[in-house]
Design a protein around this ligand. Structure first.
Ligand SMILES: O=C[C@H](O)COP(=O)(O)O
Length: 249
């Protein structure tokens, strides 16, 4: 943890959830929310409005999983940041490695999306992380530093933007970096944030993501510059998500 920073635990439901189970999950998270951490759930786009409505008046926020860089236009199938905000979202995940891989999202694309999110009043959660090859070749920090440099717009600091470090090879695999490797990467990210955003960088939240579960959360959350988690699979089970939040609180 970083002294003075309130942790954020974000659940990325990915492409999981129909209305009945999604709303039940959101309500279960809200019912067990701990006071010591901020919580956000990011359902599929079809459920953002309903989940946001169900969570109104609770401490749990709602987020989207992506937005378009344009405010509006002929972009079939896409969603503008203002539409997410209009549906009740307060956060949006951007540049997730699954989107970088499947839709060839580049750092400039992610940066433009983050600008759009900030303009719409959303807090961007910008994902970075190295593929396994780069980790094995000793290039992990270089790759992530480049992503940080290319993906964060000038207004990111003032908007209270969030960075999520997710090593690609740790997502959904049950594997995680060593705690020393996580701490080293987060220290590098912190230094880059402070350099890029001198007024706010020391206070921005840096999340770890990739196979976070109740059994490893406490150790990861205790590391310096780890200010919460971006949780995939374990966010689909309310008691697991809440146990991770409790570990961070
Ligand atoms: O956005 C969340 C990450 O991709 C982590 O997913 P996971 O917790 O299932 O490994």
């Amino acid at each position: 943890m970083t002294p003075g920073i309130r942790p954020l635990i974000a659940g990325n439901w990915k492409m999981h959830g129909l209305a009945a189970d999604g709303l039940a999950l959101a309500r279960a998270v809200a019912a067990g929310a701990t006071a010591g951490a901020d919580l956000v759930v990011c359902p599929p786009a079809t459920l953002v409005a309903a989940v946001a409505a169900a969570l109104a008046g609770t401490p749990v926020a709602t987020g989207g999983q992506d937005c378009h860089a344009a405010a509006k236009g002929a972009h079939t199938g896409d969603i503008a940041a203002a539409m997410l905000a209009d549906a009740g979202a307060r956060f949006v995940i951007l540049g997730h490695s699954e989107r970088r891989a499947a839709y060839r999202e580049t750092d400039p694309t992610v940066r433009a999306k983050a600008e759009a999110a900030i303009a719409a009043g959303l807090t961007p959660i910008v994902c970075v992380g190295e593929p396994e090859d780069d980790r094995l070749l000793g290039r992990a920090e270089e790759v992530v530093a480049d992503q940080i440099g290319g993906s964060l717009p000038p207004g990111f600091g003032a908007a209270g933007g969030v960075v999520a470090y997710e090593p690609v090879w740790a997502i959904g695999t049950g594997r995680t970096p060593t705690e020393a490797d996580i701490a080293a990467m987060h220290a590098m990210i912190r230094a880059r944030l402070v350099a890029a955003f001198p007024a706010e960088g020391a206070g921005l939240r840096i999340l770890y993501g990739g196979s976070v579960k109740p059994s490893n959360a406490a150790g990861i959350m205790a590391l310096a510059n780890v200010d919460g988690a971006l949780v995939g699979g374990a966010s689909l089970v309310a008691e697991d998500f809440l146990a991770i939040a409790a570990a961070a609180a």
